[in-house]
Design a binder for this molecule. Sequence first.
Ligand SMILES: C[S@@+](CC[C@H](N)C(=O)[O-])C[C@H]1O[C@@H](n2cnc3c(N)ncnc32)[C@H](O)[C@@H]1O
Length: 218
Amino acid sequence: MDKDFLQQLAQQLRKPDGDMGKKVGGNMNASNALMNTFTLDELKVQSNDTVVEIGMGNGFFIKDILGNDDSITYFGCDYSELMISEATALNKPFIETGQVKFFNTAADQLPFQAHSVDKVFTINTIYFWANPSVELTEIHRVLKPGGQFFLTVRSKSTMENIPVTQFGFKIYDQTLLTDLLHTAGFKVKQVVEKEEPDLEFSGNTIKVSTWIFCAEAI
Ligand SMILES: C[S@@+](CC[C@H](N)C(=O)[O-])C[C@H]1O[C@@H](n2cnc3c(N)ncnc32)[C@H](O)[C@@H]1O
């Protein structure tokens, strides 16, 4: 793949913008669908939960989180103005009833009271955080004691083999992520590992796997 294209793609995955951002936002719904499903399986959202997602992209999967339960409240935070407007368009009915609200904000400035949230999750975002301790500490601040945090990433070997990640993605192993979570005040309860179908890039086959870190605020 052409280097300029990969650089642009990396920038769009980091913070979608403009026409290319709209397309990338849509493509992510397909390429990351299984990661979303795996994460929701662990999240086990219950009636009356308040759930916060960081970096929801265009918010395509929110309907799956809510199911038909109008007692669940969902807040999405994303620093991309484009993703906020796309997610708003896709989730209008839920916004009108007050069940869903979006915040155009970065993960290190969450607009919630301390200890007010039951569950926070984020998928494919930590690669872009310059100093993830800052964001993780902010997530810990807003969670209730015992509140749950789900951090979903592609595994280290997968990330190392995807060409776009050479342009500014931070790649983590499990030890580093576990240490970061501990330092921010979380106990890691388990790391769920999932296999996904292989990807093909320029004639190379890449094994794809996903990690879901299931952590608790202590
Ligand atoms: C690669 S996309 C992933 C979207 C979706 N979670 C998925 O897995 O399909 C990353 C998303 O996180 C957002 N994002 C990245 N870093 C962020 C930060 N520090 N604060 C808020 N949003 C962030 C981007 O704007 C983008 O919408």
